[in-house]
Design a protein around this ligand. Structure first.
Ligand code: SF4
Length: 804
């Protein structure tokens, strides 16, 4: 029989956390050990120093176990770093001790025993060390340190090597079941990926693009890709990375998106690859509240039957599913979660360990509060590739993830809620409240400050009080205000650990007069780079990643990384871009005359061809004021309202039907729900008319950005206003052309579009923008629409059009 040997690597922490977990799912309220990033690391270093000269800190240890099953051999390498190793004279012998340090917020007195997973981690290191040094006995110490008081409590036990050896062998035998399952899957997958062919006829430039992506992965770089509509960006990026998986370069792909619609395209593409017999296992991560079995997630054993004993059942559920299913869709996960009575959301997160492609929101990878710790908590670089779709959204999303807010009123409200039931907790809340009150007294309207002072420590104290309080008063887990403040404070404290020159701290008041403290991440590049250090490569792509160097810089790209402008395979004859320079959205020029001029352009545009159009305004106010004058216009108007519900949004889009009997014009807001992420293909939308340059309103926050970037030697106006504004313009214009078969017109209405600084931000394929005046449109449009329908541009494999 042929013996095949494969090496499998796993960290000590991942091993014990996966194999030995048990009991209930307690969500955040259980707070096993909330380790704030910087604070936890500092406590570790301090305790390690206090260990004295004989104390060895951060000792790397590893052990490889050979497992054999049905003609196949797995060499399972388990590794990690022991926090500390020291020896103590014990009678005649010198006894070695493994020290496992945990920084926690709980009161040390409330701990009756160490957490079993912490002991298991230490026992793994103890086994490895005792084996290497041939020790018959070894000590295991768990050191808990309260991160606020810095008090320390030890739990100690001495283990016989023989017993440790049996324990470790059993642990590895249990892990072997999973390792063999995964190794067999990977063999099949890699062979399948090597043989996989590009599933469509290549469009012009698409092969080169796929090669650029492959080269990026091969050379372990990042790629910033301006990918115009028609490029087929999903398959052009996924396919080469899947090929690199077959070559052993990539182990996992994270397909990251900002919106559900893009996620669906990635799922569709993977389903298509699977339908063609390719072995690729993908999982889509859906938000907790969309998969929860309760009306609203309340993840604790009292409220949710799935949470009770979840960890006792989850591994059987996973094993069952993985043996039978390949495509880990939401429906499949829900069915198996039901069968085994486990939490579907947690199950989907666990399945990501076994998936080749993980599809989900950016925050699963970048958000320091909710990221998938199982992949990104290790310092080491892993063979992961990030594919970030709609990457123009990422700078703002990242800025938000790395920023944090606190409201003074929330502390008072929770203090009132807790009342006499929690005196210590109330005292902690009051200390935070007083810190905020002091800041409030210094703030008239808006104030930049240097630091949050003692609030950081007081927040840590407040968080330290929460676990015991919740244990004694579990009903507060269901109190939204209580839990929200807990999460906000925890996030705020974590962000305090990241504060540096990329941050501004300020205080101000909400429109309701609430006092607000914000840690504003101005430039997310450095924080994003921390994630890149843990992955092999990243590809950022969007149809509006312009100017690409701005995005490259904001997203933490370096000189060595690549930027590519993919050529558009779209026939320019199918799109007409016109500009009107006698319109302006500047505040001082707004008024009835301007609105009537805009309506005149709309009337003239839609008169040239019956169909569906959208007009994008810079604000609801301008939209409403123009709409108020639109009575009697010879077309049907649909108006976007603020805060539309999902059903209202769907009804709005449904009205944009194929082959319409009347001309329908949607009055929408640039940067709103219809300005991005909607796909009204072919004649469901034949024109986008854009009013103004989309510049954000001047406000304190935008002014902060302007001055911050000016201080950095950049053009502050570009960073704070022009680039974000023009991105909204490009996105709105981009709604017209969604597929290779679309045809449509874009009318840009503002004199600034003809200034070089704005014009330089247009995609190449929009240029030149032909200037028109009232009355000149009709002729241009008649000529455009009068052209014979161009032949279909690019042959596709019949019945299988490329998803974008
Ligand atoms: S089913 Fe819902 S409430 Fe229950 S554990 Fe899962 S997410 Fe939480």
């Amino acid at each position: 029989m042929e013996i095949r040997e494969t090496e499998v690597k796993i960290s000590v922490r991942s091993l014990v956390e996966f194999i030995l977990r048990h009991g209930d799912l307690t969500g955040a309220a259980g707070l096993p050990s909330v380790e704030a990033m910087q604070l936890g690391a500092r406590i570790h270093r301090k305790l390690q120093r206090l260990g004295g000269p004989g104390y060895e800190a951060e000792v790397p240890l590893s052990h490889t176990t050979i497992l054999i099953r049905e003609g196949r051999t797995l060499a399972v390498k388990v590794d990690g770093r022991a926090d500390g190793i020291f020896t103590v004279q014990d009678g005649e012998e010198k006894l070695a001790w493994i020290d496992e340090i945990k920084g926690i917020y709980q009161e040390l007195g409330s701990l009756s025993e160490p957490e079993s997973l912490h002991v298991a981690q230490a026992k793994c290191y103890a086994y490895m060390y005792a084996l290497e040094k041939e020790l018959p006995r070894i000590g295991v110490r768990i050191t808990y340190c309260n991160m606020v008081s810095e008090d320390v409590r030890y739990f100690e036990q001495v283990c016989d090597f023989a017993e440790l050896s049996v324990w470790y062998t059993d642990l590895l035998a249990e892990y072997g079941k999973w390792a063999f399952l995964q190794a067999e899957w990977k063999d099949g997958r890699d062979a399948s990926m090597r043989e996989m062919d590009f599933p469509f006829a290549y469009r012009p430039g698409q092969k080169e693009l796929a090669m650029d992506v492959y080269r990026t992965v091969l050379r372990e770089k990042k790629l910033f890709l301006q990918a115009p509509t028609g490029v087929g960006k999903t398959i052009s990026t996924l396919f080469p990375v899947l090929k690199s998986m077959g070559e052993g370069l990539t182990e996992k792909i994270f397909y990251l998106t900002a919106k559900t619609s893009t996620r669906l395209v990635a799922e569709e593409t993977l389903r298509l690859l699977e339908a063609r017999g390719n072995l690729v296992r993908s999982v889509s991560l859906t938000a907790k509240d969309k998969t929860c079995v309760l009306e609203k997630p309340d993840c604790n054993p009292e409220a949710c039957p799935r949470a009770k004993g979840h960890y006792d059942r989850i591994n059987d559920a996973l094993y069952d599913l993985l043996q039978k299913e390949q495509f880990l869709s939401r429906e499949v996960i829900l069915a198996y979660a039901e069968k085994h009575q486990v939490c579907p959301f947690e199950m989907s997160l666990d399945l990501s360990l076994f998936a080749d492609v993980i599809i989900g929101d950016y925050n699963y990878v970048f958000d320091p509060t909710v990221y998938l710790r199982r992949f990104f908590q290790n310092e080491k670089k892993q063979p992961y590739v990030l594919l970030a779709d709609e990457a123009h959204n990422l700078p703002d999303r990242a800025r938000e993830m790395f920023s944090a807010d606190l409201y003074k009123e929330d502390f008072l409200a929770v203090k009132r809620l807790v009342g006499a039931e929690g005196k210590r907790l109330c005292r902690a809340l009051e200390r935070c409240n007083r810190d905020l009150l002091a800041l409030k007294r210094e703030c008239e309207e808006f104030e930049e400050i240097d630091s949050v002072g003692a609030l950081e420590l007081h927040l840590a104290e407040y968080l330290g009080e929460c676990p015991d309080f919740l244990d004694e008063h579990p009903r507060f887990r269901a109190e939204e205000a209580f839990m929200q403040l807990f999460f906000d404070a925890r996030h705020f404290l974590e962000m305090c650990g990241l504060l540096d020159e990329h941050y501004t701290i300020y205080t101000d008041y909400t429109s309701e007069g609430h006092f607000h403290l914000r840690l504003q991440c101005m430039d997310p590049s450095k924080n994003l780079q921390r994630t890149y250090e843990k992955v092999r490569s990243a590809v950022f792509f969007s149809a509006t990643l312009l100017p690409v160097n701005y995005y490259k810089e904001q997203l933490g790209g370096t000189e060595e990384d690549y930027a590519v402008y993919a050529p558009s395979p779209f026939d320019p004859a199918r799109r007409l871009v016109l500009g009107a320079s006698d319109v302006s959205s500047r505040y001082k020029e707004r008024g009835e005359g301007m609105y009537r001029r805009i309506l005149g352009y709309v009337r003239e545009t839609v008169a040239a061809r019956k169909g569906n159009y959208m007009v994008f305004f810079p604000s609801y106010q301008m939209l409403e004021e123009t709409y108020a004058l639109a009575e009697g216009e010879p077309y049907e108007i649909l108006v976007q309202r603020a805060h539309m519900k999902e059903e209202e949004k769907e009804a709005f889009l449904r009205a944009f039907e194929r082959d319409p009997e009347v001309t329908r014009v949607g009055f929408c807001v640039m940067g709103g729900i219809f300005g991005e992420g909607i796909d009204l293909t072919e004649d469901r939308l034949i024109g986008a008319l854009i009013v103004g340059t989309g510049l954000p309103k001047v406000c304190n926050e935008q002014e902060l950005f302007r001055t911050y970037y000016a201080r950095m030697g950049k053009d502050g106006f570009d960073y704070a206003y022009r680039f974000p504004g023009m991105n909204k313009v490009l996105q709105s214009g981009g709604r017209v052309i969604r597929t290779m078969k679309d045809r449509g017109v874009i009318l840009l209405m503002d004199d600034r579009f003809f200034q070089a600084r704005y014009e330089s931000l247009f995609p190449r394929e929009w240029l030149p923008v032909n200037r028109v005046r009232p009355g000149e449109l009709t002729e241009r449009l008649r000529e455009f629409w009068g052209r014979k329908e161009p032949e279909e541009d690019v042959p596709e494999i019949p019945g299988e059009e490329q998803p974008e």
